[in-house]
Design a protein. Structure first.
Length: 493
């Protein structure tokens, strides 16, 4: 059967995967958003269902003061002797930690903090030992992929941290994973930076500490030389053997907005490519070392895709996420509506505004909702980060109500248009294609357009950072008791 890439769309970078009880489990990075580290489940490696998050409590994930693209970096998930383990870095607190669970559908443990620093941590289990690795500096001042043995229950180091590989020569060595396959140890990592020069490289050895020999044809997977090709920034991969003995690799990449326009705003997404081993133990990936839009894979499945999202058909407490640690008392959900109690924090601050967001997963979309307010303001936002977002909202000003279209690009914040209305309720609509967002009131008509903004100004190439566009609803109010009610919400792709 043929599947289409990406397999997990929208802002879902740094994928890591494991297998347990015949199913596959995948986690991705979440940075300054809460809850942290989504857990996806699949029967076929192609269709993925969000079943929960690893970090659902502030005691596990403190994001206070986290800057945009701070917070949670590249997680790794592993399954060992009936238990799931997830390790990651909270870049805001500069700590590596592990959480674990015996029930993948339940809550995860409190963090076990690891004595080794660096970022992009990973785990490898063998013969009763637990190897912990990250990219950083070892106990002897050497940089590279750094490894030690740990007590997984306490985080205590049981051996010195030692640099075991310095990569194949590319910059920004990151995202290490260690495997033992047919008696050979494989150390897989990424180099080149998670942009247009990104690439996957690896080396092999006969011991978890090496020495490791570089794959002679590194990089094993990259799209860096495919100019005019939509899929770019291929790297940060994790190997998985399927239930039939075939090997695959999940990795991040992004879709640029046009063949000839090097901008991306949907975020780094999760892709899947086939892996083949030769008789000498070396493996290759994808099509001649590149990632294609589609591949054939064994299995009887239909790749499912949801084209319409509403409050009714999404799990608001699972699929929607917050900016930093929320005050849950400010949010009330039913299947028909969401009620937000606005606070004084705006989308421009490193705080926790009253905000709910869901990932934008395709270029072409129509977002619509009806919102009513008492005081303050509330509406829709196309949110990249605190400095880059397009807002369409209703506000009360001098006992009148008006709908506002506002563009925020770096330090430039412009109210493009205001339209006064007769009530405290308005229908808000935002449409998008690969190049443009357009903000409307009531209906999609030229005379109802209040503002527009190019997608490129919400791209990582302009905004910086590592996230992707979130479609958000939000409320702001200086006055206690303000409530904004959102109804008839729909995203159409």
């Amino acid at each position: 059967m043929k599947y289409q890439n990406p397999i997990v769309k929208g802002f879902n970078p740094d994928p890591s995967i494991c297998k347990a009880n015949g199913k596959y489990y995948l986690v991705t990075s979440t940075f300054q958003f809460f809850p942290g580290v989504p857990v996806y489940e699949s029967d076929d490696l192609v269709n993925w269902e969000l079943i929960g998050h690893c970090l659902t409590r502030k005691s596990q994930l403190n994001l206070e003061g986290s800057v945009s693209s701070g917070g949670i970096y590249a997680p790794t998930i592993r399954y060992h002797e009936g238990r799931f383990y997830m390790t990651t870095t909270n870049s805001t607190t500069q700590q590596n930690f592990i959480v674990y669970t015996d029930d993948i559908y339940g809550e995860w443990s409190e963090p076990v903090f690891i004595e080794q620093g660096g970022i992009d941590p990973s785990l490898y289990f063998e013969d009763g030992k637990v190897y912990f690795m990250s990219n950083g500096t070892d106990d002897f001042g050497n940089e590279g992929i750094t490894q030690c043995e740990i007590n997984i229950l306490t985080g205590e180091k049981l051996s010195p941290s030692k640099s075991i590989w310095q990569g194949s020569g590319g910059r920004y060595l990151e995202g290490p994973h260690l495997y033992k396959i047919n008696g050979i140890y494989y150390l897989v990592a990424s180099e080149g930076g998670t942009e247009y020069g990104h690439m996957l490289t690896y080396a092999i050895g006969d011991n978890p500490y090496g020495p490791f020999t570089n794959y002679p044809k590194n990089p094993v997977l990259t799209n860096r030389n495919l100019g005019g090709f939509q899929i770019q920034a291929v790297g940060h991969g994790d190997l998985i053997e399927d239930n039939d003995g075939n090997w695959h690799l999940v990795h991040l990449a992004f879709r640029q907005i046009d063949r000839w326009l090097p901008f991306h705003h949907l975020g780094r997404e999760t892709f899947l490519v086939p892996v083949s081993f030769d008789q000498d133990g070396w493996f290759t990936c994808g099509l001649n070392g590149t990632t294609e839009p589609s591949y054939e894979i064994k299995g009887d499945f239909i790749q499912k895709e949801v084209k319409t999202l509403t409050f009714e058909n999404t799990d608001i407490e699972r699929e929607w996420i917050y900016l930093r640690n929320p005050n849950k008392q400010d949010y009330n959900f039913t299947h028909e509506k969401v009620t937000l109690k606005g606070n004084q924090h705006t989308l421009d601050e490193f705080e926790s505004p009253t905000f709910l967001g869901i990932r934008q997963t395709d270029f072409d979309s129509k977002i619509e909702t009806t919102v009513s307010i008492d005081h303050g303001l509330a509406g829709l936002t196309i949110f990249m980060d605190d400095l880059h977002h397009y807002d369409l909202y209703i506000e009360k000003a001098n006992d009148q109500y008006r709908v506002v279209g506002k563009i925020n690009i770096g330090p430039l914040k412009q109210v493009v248009s205001r339209k006064y209305i007769q009530s405290n309720e308005a229908r808000l609509i935002i449409t998008s294609d690969a190049l443009m967002y357009r903000l409307y009131i009531d209906e999609v008509k030229p005379e109802n357009e209040l503002a527009f903004g190019q997608t490129r100004y919400l791209s990582s190439e302009v905004a910086g950072g590592f996230t992707g566009v979130m479609i958000g609803i939000y409320a702001i109010s200086e006055k206690e008791g303000n409530q904004a009610v959102f109804k008839n919400f729909k995203i159409s792709y």
